[in-house]
Design a protein around this ligand. Structure first.
Ligand code: HEM
Length: 217
């Protein structure tokens, strides 16, 4: 069978897989944001959320395996598409032409993607495998360091930019983008800005408030 005849190797198949994996990663971000928002109710609430999560090890492991698979698929497809675009591009430009309809989000996808990958490695090294009882103090400690907080804020801005185009692409893949172009573009941007700001509140509060995530006996 010709490689192009196998659905997942066809450009439509790859687009669909990119959309499905992106949607799952977005779903994870939504759950993570929901869980992290326990921090706004204080250190005890944050620790209790982490303890609840750790009390379901099989479910969490299953979710992590699926997350890792979708993450790997998403990166592999992005690399293939980046490589194909490079090959298809004419070698010499007399000037840089701005392809119609391209946005900041779409143009920077490979770079914001790379920043997010580096952020996740750094983030997992810092927080994965920590005991629930220590989690609030560790988040507080790490994110009240100006350099780390700044790194989080830059990475979260990159994430918001990446997700804004990701959402838009998802609508396109579902065939919705053609009808309500403007509305969907604006809603993608709004959702990603709100998500980015809510995530950013944690490093900002760690940096600026002396009481945030500090345990009271
Ligand atoms: C200020 C924002 C964030 C804070 C305070 C935060 C905090 C945490 C903490 C405390 C954990 C460990 C949870 C536990 O084991 O109990 C964790 C895990 C994780 N975080 Fe974040 N996070 C933030 C943003 C992000 C973002 C933006 C991403 C993705 C781009 C992300 C991806 C992950 C992943 C993949 C895990 C591992 C999940 C697992 O092992 O099941 N986090 N985060």
């Amino acid at each position: 069978m010709d490689k192009q005849e196998i659905f997942i190797f066809s450009s439509i198949g790859r687009k669909a897989l990119m959309a499905i994996s992106g949607a799952f990663l977005g779903f994870f971000l939504f759950l993570h944001l929901l869980g992290n928002s326990a921090a706004f109710w204080g250190a005890k609430a944050f620790i209790s959320y982490a303890a609840d999560l750790h009390s379901l090890p099989v479910l969490v492991l299953l979710f992590e395996v699926v997350l890792f698979c979708f993450f790997t698929i998403h990166i592999a497809l992005a690399l293939i598409s980046y490589y194909e675009n490079l090959r298809a591009r004419p070698k010499h430009y007399s000037c840089h032409k701005n392809a119609g309809g391209r946005t900041w989000g779409s143009r920077t996808m490979p770079y914001t993607g790379l920043l997010i990958l580096l952020f996740i490695i750094f983030h997992l090294l810092a927080f994965r495998g920590v005991k629930p009882v220590e989690i609030a103090a560790l988040v507080r400690h790490n994110l009240s360091l100006p350099l780390t907080a700044f790194y989080y804020l830059i990475s979260l801005a990159a994430l918001a930019l990446h997700v804004s185009h990701g959402f838009w692409s998802l609508w396109q893949s579902l065939g919705l983008g053609l009808r309500h172009t403007d509305l969907l573009r604006k809603s993608s941007l709004t959702i990603s800005i709100i998500g980015g700001l809510l995530f950013s509140l944690i490093p900002l509060l760690c940096l600026l408030s002396a009481n945030f995530l500090v345990s009271t006996p």
